[in-house]
Design a binder for this molecule. Structure first.
Ligand SMILES: [Ca+2]
Ligand SMILES: [Ca+2]
Ligand SMILES: [Ca+2]
Length: 329
């Protein structure tokens, strides 16, 4: 009887919290800046690799040659801004153990400073990967790396607009990364060509907040985006240095070049990320290419079908008032 009563009290508390949070949430959403571009996320079919990849930053494995490049990255605000100065593009593959990423970043002045894991890598020029496996805009992964192959991996419980938090302590155990510098690093005076990155993320870690199969099933779609941060630099005392705006005493704002444009200067709108559809076909051995399932891609920016609230250090996942699951953080 006591137990039943406690249960009832708990349910009432949860529901009242849900109603309060929900109304707060609705109030807040009205204050969010809204992307200023048409909702038209990029799409990519990710094929399988049947050979092991050597994660060293060079993309000379024949299977990488078979994987298609994404379109060239564009400004984070999309067509509202000019085309980026330098080309950036990415590729993806997968197998039973890993989700693989490759990217090529054209760059005449390759530099890096940060060497500690989980430092704020976008203070350097960087390459970034974002993934929201179930596409609910919550519990998604962020990854950044610089030309020193220093990485920052983190989990966002909610987007910053909903209060985050970002969990830096989340580390991708078993992660493999590599950088190849086609030029020289931190050496002004010559003209570098590009840096390429290669990343393998184990499914057993990506599964943690996926709420779907990882490795994925044939035809599954994950929300993914890539970004590249590019600072204006000059040479001072023989070293690269960010160009300072004399009016503010601070560096000029960075450029953000992305695969799927966000329509505002903020990567933390997972609604706007691209759709990556996994195919069980092997890259390059295709008699018939896999077809993108457009039916599962919304026609307009979705309104967030699932909300999650943190109450007493518990994450409560709600869907239209039905508590789906809760767990301690
Ligand atoms: Ca390689
Ligand atoms: Ca999610
Ligand atoms: Ca981390």
């Amino acid at each position: 009887m006591v137990q039943q009563l406690m249960c009832l009290v708990l349910i009432v508390l949860l529901l009242s919290n849900f109603i309060t949070c929900h109304s707060n949430h609705e109030q807040k959403t009205n204050l969010f800046p809204i992307p200023k571009i048409e909702f038209a996320p990029e799409r990519y079919i990710c094929y399988q690799s049947k050979i092991p990849l050597k994660i060293d930053g060079t993309l000379d494995e024949p299977i990488w040659q078979q994987a298609e490049w994404t379109d060239d990255f564009i400004d984070i605000e999309g067509d509202l801004k000019p085309k980026p100065k330098f080309q950036t593009r990415a590729k993806m593959l997968w197998d039973a153990d890993y989700f693989y990423f490759a990217a090529e970043l054209e760059e005449p002045d390759i530099w890096a400073t940060l060497i500690e894991r989980d430092a704020v890598i976008f203070y350097d020029n960087d390459f970034e990967i974002f993934m929201d496996p179930d596409g609910d805009t919550h519990e998604y992964y962020e990854f950044e790396m610089n030309a020193f192959n220093t990485i920052w991996d983190l989990l966002l419980i909610k987007p910053y607009r909903d209060g985050g938090p970002a969990v830096n302590a989340w580390d991708i155990q078993g992660l493999k990364t590599g950088v190849f510098v086609d030029g020289t690093i931190n050496q002004p005076g010559d003209k570098d060509r590009r840096w390429t990155v290669e990343v393998a993320m184990p499914w057993k870690v990506l599964k943690e907040c996926a709420y779907k199969d990882a490795p994925p099933k044939n035809g599954d779609q994950w929300r993914v985006n890539f970004s590249r941060v590019e600072w204006q630099v000059e040479v001072k005392d023989g070293k690269y240095s960010k160009v300072i705006n004399p009016a503010t005493g601070k560096p000029y704002p960075e450029d953000n070049w992305v695969w799927s444009p966000q329509g505002l200067i903020n990567m933390h709108y997972p609604e706007m990320w691209g759709f990556v559809q996994f195919s069980d076909k092997i890259a390059g051995k295709l008699l018939v290419k896999a077809r993108m399932n457009f039916n599962s891609i919304p026609k307009k920016m979705p309104n967030g079908s699932c909300d999650r609230y943190i109450i007493n250090n518990e994450i409560i996942l709600s869907n239209l008032g039905n508590i789906l699951i809760s767990f301690l953080i």
